[in-house]
Write a protein that binds this ligand. Sequence first.
Ligand code: FES
Length: 107
Amino acid sequence: MVKIRSRNRNKEADIAFVKEGDALLDLFDAQKIKLPFGCRSGSCGACRVKILKGLELLDVRGPTEEDTLRRCQDPEDIRLACQVTLKPGATGEIEVEVAPEVVAPVL
Ligand code: FES
């Protein structure tokens, strides 16, 4: 089981059942926790979240996420909620907050 906490939304969610491939944004949607989003395909950067805890429970960045976050000049603890998925069999706690505004323009 993975417990997910959204710090700036002041709401916690215990996620007991996670379908393989579910993105973090889908898990938050299922718990009625609103995160900003746009394209849901990894290209706009609107769903950037800062992982405060549990980065090790998440799969590595895929090529689309890597490309978008590189353009935003984001550090490793920033992920795209619409792209990032949990590692299979992950257990523990994840804490996220909506990432600060992008300083560099997204091209
Ligand atoms: S919603 Fe556009 S990158 Fe996630």
